[in-house]
Design a protein around this ligand. Structure first.
Ligand SMILES: Cc1cc2nc3c(=O)[nH]c(=O)nc-3n(C[C@H](O)[C@H](O)[C@H](O)COP(=O)(O)OP(=O)(O)OC[C@H]3O[C@@H](n4cnc5c(N)ncnc54)[C@H](O)[C@@H]3O)c2cc1C
Length: 422
């Protein structure tokens, strides 16, 4: 059996690893980004000098040959599902028995004037890192557009080189669709402490040309202009579906799949950022654009391709991030504000914050979020899965949260505050 995988991101390579662990299929992995898999989530650390570029490869180069996986650095331009073949840009044609589309996401652009000038870019691919290293060499001023997770990464990267940054965020509070006002303010203070000029409620109008095709400034809708020899864009991503669409495979926002990752074409599967579940997962999502999810999807798909009878659902939702020095973890569902179904309570002490959500009808724990405090994954996930009551003892908090090395958490105070539902 020949399994061809388009995309060597975490979904594609994890699927390949699990096919290999469980059998002898011929495996070919095609990617137009890099020959070897690169840890996308660590791109920023290479720019900041915390990691060497070679550290971004989690596997030794000979891992692939040892495991009999052919890596093809090429772009898949066309797919013929009747002939079971994939056309590559180089002219090579691959035939498959099973095909996996793990084509990931593409950064959003909104048609702003000047958005393709030199020095205007997002951060997604290896080539983005290389371009950013080149175009920010020696510059003093930059603008970052978009108050999401990539936006703040771009800001942190630029600040690591002492570049003056204006950070333009459309919302009036950072990530207000996800965070409470207090949580957004924790992040505003981090941004401020690192010498970044944060402009909330601020929308881009256009990127100004320096006369030689390079960005010189960013003008906002309210008529302000910020000098910028570099403009980073982090305004979200969308699933990369073009190969599937051209082949007549059903797509919506993403490539439509069932819980076994089957697309509408026989023996063609899709997983990771590019896939959209026809039926929502337990937490209501249909698309999961997260590293942990892409890896889990890849693993389950690899097992399915090896003949296991499995289907996918999310375990308890998990995500983590870092806003400069502020660590953030979230488990389950914790809405920005109370809604009809979920109520929330928070404990806060300076830069440390824990917020829990419970189901309004049953009082069961629905989710927990921590800022500046490390939560234990297994404890949070087990409690949410078991729908335990959202009232806590000091001992519960001790179990849930790591005590930092030099300071101790006021476990009893936290428990009291998080349990005082009205
Ligand atoms: C800078 C950055 C930081 C991130 N940080 C986090 C984080 O902290 N936590 C988190 O949960 N998530 C994070 N994410 C999101 C996470 O990285 C993605 O959800 C995950 O990598 C998706 O994996 P994937 O395998 O589905 O797709 P991708 O990693 O996008 O891989 C898809 C690959 O397919 C290739 N490809 C596409 N089409 C073709 C074609 N036609 N022919 C050949 N090759 C093709 C692409 O070039 C790409 O290499 C981050 C993303 C970025 C960009």
């Amino acid at each position: 059996m020949h399994v061809v995988i388009i995309g060597n991101g975490i979904a594609g390579i994890t699927a390949a690893r699990f096919v290999r662990k469980n059998g002898d299929a011929r495996l070919t992995i095609v990617s137009s980004e890099t020959e070897y898999h690169v840890a996308r989530t660590a791109l920023m650390y290479a720019y900041m000098g915390d990691l060497r570029e070679s550290d971004l490869k989690p596997y030794e180069d000979d891992f692939w040959t040892k495991n009999r996986m052919e890596l093809v650095l090429d772009h898949a331009t066309d797919l013929d599902t009747a002939a079971r073949s994939v056309q590559l840009a180089s002219g090579r044609r691959l035939t498959y028995d099973r095909l996996v589309l793990a084509t990931g996401s593409r950064p959003n652009r909104f048609g702003w004037q000047g958005e393709y000038l030199d020095g205007v870019q997002g951060l997604y691919a290896w080539s983005d890192l290389k371009t950013m290293q080149r175009v920010t060499e020696g510059i003093t001023d930059a603008v970052v557009v978009g108050g999401g997770l990539i936006g703040i990464e771009l800001v942190e990267m630029l600040r690591s080189r002492s570049i003056d940054v204006h950070f333009l965020v459309r919302e009036t509070a950072y990530m207000d669709h996800l965070f409470s006002r207090d949580e957004s303010e924790l992040i505003h203070r981090q941004i401020d402490r690192h010498g970044v000029h944060l402009h909330l409620g601020c929308e881009v109008d256009r990127f100004e040309d320096d006369g030689n095709g390079r960005v010189a400034a960013v003008t906002t809708r309210d008529g302000r202009s910020f000098p910028a020899a570099f403009a980073g864009i982090g305004v979200g991503v969308h699933p990369r579906t073009e190969l599937a669409e051209a082949a007549g495979i059903e797509t919506n926002k993403g490539i439509l799949v069932d819980r076994s990752f089957r697309t509408s074409a026989p023996d063609v599967f899709a997983a990771g950022d590019c896939a959209e579940f026809r039926r929502p997962l337990v937490d209501g999502r249909t698309i999961e654009q997260l590293w942990y999810s892409a890896r889990r999807q890849g693993r389950i798909l690899g097992l399915i391709l090896s003949g296991k009878d499995l289907s996918y659902d999310t375990p308890v939702f998990y995500n983590s991030a870092k806003f400069f020095d502020l660590e953030y973890q979230t488990y389950g569902s914790v809405p920005a504000t109370d809604d009809a179904g979920l109520e929330t309570r928070a404990w806060q002490d300076g830069t440390r914050l824990v917020r829990v959500a419970r189901r309004a009808d049953t009082g069961a724990l629905a989710g927990v979020t921590g800022f500046g405090i490390r939560l234990r994954h297994d404890v949070a996930a087990t409690w949410i899965r078991a729908a335990r009551r959202a009232t806590f003892s000091g001992q519960d908090v001790r179990e849930l949260a790591f005590d930092p090395e030099f300071t101790s958490l006021p476990h009893n105070d936290i428990a009291r505050e998080l349990s005082a539902w009205t």
